[in-house]
Design a protein around this ligand. Sequence first.
Ligand SMILES: *[C@@H]1O[C@H](CO)[C@@H](O)[C@H](O)[C@H]1NC(C)=O
Ligand SMILES: *[C@@H]1O[C@H](CO)[C@@H](O)[C@H](O)[C@H]1NC(C)=O
Ligand SMILES: *[C@@H]1O[C@H](CO)[C@@H](O)[C@H](O)[C@H]1NC(C)=O
Ligand SMILES: *[C@@H]1O[C@H](CO)[C@@H](O)[C@H](O)[C@H]1NC(C)=O
Length: 529
Amino acid sequence: MYKILVQLLILSLPTLCCSLPLSTSSRWIIDEPTGARVKLTCANWAAHLEPMLAEGLNKQPAARIARHVAEIGFNCVRLTWATYMFTRFANLTVAQSLTGVGLEDAVEGIAANNPGFLNLTVVDAQRAVVEALVREGVMVVLDNHVSQPMWCCGDHDGNGFFGDKYFDPKEWLRGLSTVAKLYKDTSMVIGMSLRNELRGDRQNEADWYKYMQEGANTIHRENPDFLVIVSGLYYDTNLGFLKAKPLGVNLNNKLVYEAHWYAFGTPADKWAAETNSLCAAAARTARDNYVFLTTGDSPFPLFLSEFGIDQRGVNEADNRYISCLLAVAAETDIDWALWTFQGSYMLREGTLNLEEVYGVNDLNWDRPRNPAFLDRLQLIRQLNQEPETNRPTYYIMFHPQSGQCVQIGKTNIILANCKTASRWDQHQDGGSIKVAGSPRCLGVAGDAEAARIFDDCSSNGSKWKYVSSSGLHLGAQNGEGKYLCLERNASESTLVTKKCLCVGDNLVDFPTCADNPQVQWFKLVPANV
Ligand SMILES: *[C@@H]1O[C@H](CO)[C@@H](O)[C@H](O)[C@H]1NC(C)=O
Ligand SMILES: *[C@@H]1O[C@H](CO)[C@@H](O)[C@H](O)[C@H]1NC(C)=O
Ligand SMILES: *[C@@H]1O[C@H](CO)[C@@H](O)[C@H](O)[C@H]1NC(C)=O
Ligand SMILES: *[C@@H]1O[C@H](CO)[C@@H](O)[C@H](O)[C@H]1NC(C)=O
């Protein structure tokens, strides 16, 4: 089963990257020599904790882990690192680093799986991990995650903002400069991010501008080929202040912004009761805080460098939020990095061999924790929008809960792999959804009947309105003037029309609702490739 899955995924891989270096053009990351768009579809891989070593090397050979990254369909890794590894501990060997924090078991694991690593310095071990990825054609973004090697992030962990206990700006700049130089000639290392999740009592905009300018200029000076990736305040959830005042650096088309989006902070029962309106609010916050950067007169690429869910499916806040996020990420075709690839940590917050339930890998790093979840990333893995093409824009109808896309089949309208999605014309709220290049359109059927294609698109049954605040929930009126909504019939994978969930006939959200409206969420995603 797993083998077959991997083969299918390989067949659906986008052609791997590019000649390098990368650069930016308007809101897109492009391959500098050819001008073609390159979309970063990355996984995070943690290497910033106490051992100062990429997680998992005690479980599987580095080459195998790197191959797995590529096989699953990620074209890049956001590899995290701690400043002190370069500024204080660069000469420590991996064996010394591990035994220094009591990880004799991990030493044994590495001796079994990656014996060559034990006598490398921690810095050379990072280089060896990068080389393993490069050999698989995987691009690398080096993310400065913390100063003091440890799990991240809390308000009071000393790593949160410039001037915190472990966060000396000068030492940070020295670390950035060292790393930028070290990878000057490794073309698949395509950029660096300045600092993960700034936060805590000291955070303020004035220092943000001062130090982000210095950090960006430092990297650019040492390595003008690198993309320089700049994060915001409040755990990298807010770059809204850039509306009033740009960063004020000139990096010669290398500047990219990054943001993080999780379900944290809203309890699961609230997400479950108010799914439509919470999705609307979360998407609005994302737009106001960072997605806006991709629009307007002076747009930039946006790298959604962390998002993710408990892949066991047990967290209902995660389960609801992720559909909402996937709709925004697909619509905007932004670059991204999933949190996370690692299935375990050698040591995290005092616990040995801690399982990472947000991880693509299982505890032993030998199989995917949840292949169905990876399948839901299929549309955002695709490059849907090519800049400056004269091909017309069409729309793909995406169902984020399943990750599938709507396809007009021989007898029914079905949900299938997004590679074979049908193309639709742009839809205006209250208007018809036409088959691209055709007068025909999507039409409502009776309650719990298969959706249809209509030849005549003038009736109410082909006028699709957004019925809930989510902006993802399409309904049209049946003969009696009642709204029915598009819904995926999971058992047949067909498109049916059913009573709209969690909204009244007056098209007002129920304040609370016991149903899960995600089964009725669809997003029309623009594409031109
Ligand atoms: C590592 O060792 C070299 C040579 O012994 C020394 O010059 C350098 O300062 C050391 N680096 C660190 C971070 O301790
Ligand atoms: C690592 O170095 C030690 C001491 O220098 C040596 O005894 C050992 O054989 C080396 N191990 C490997 C795997 O190279
Ligand atoms: C949808 O699925 C259910 C089973 O969950 C099935 O009984 C029904 O006939 C299917 N088809 C339609 C058009 O609703
Ligand atoms: C179609 O919709 C309009 C506006 O909602 C309504 O006034 C009209 O009665 C509907 N027509 C039919 C045949 O249901």
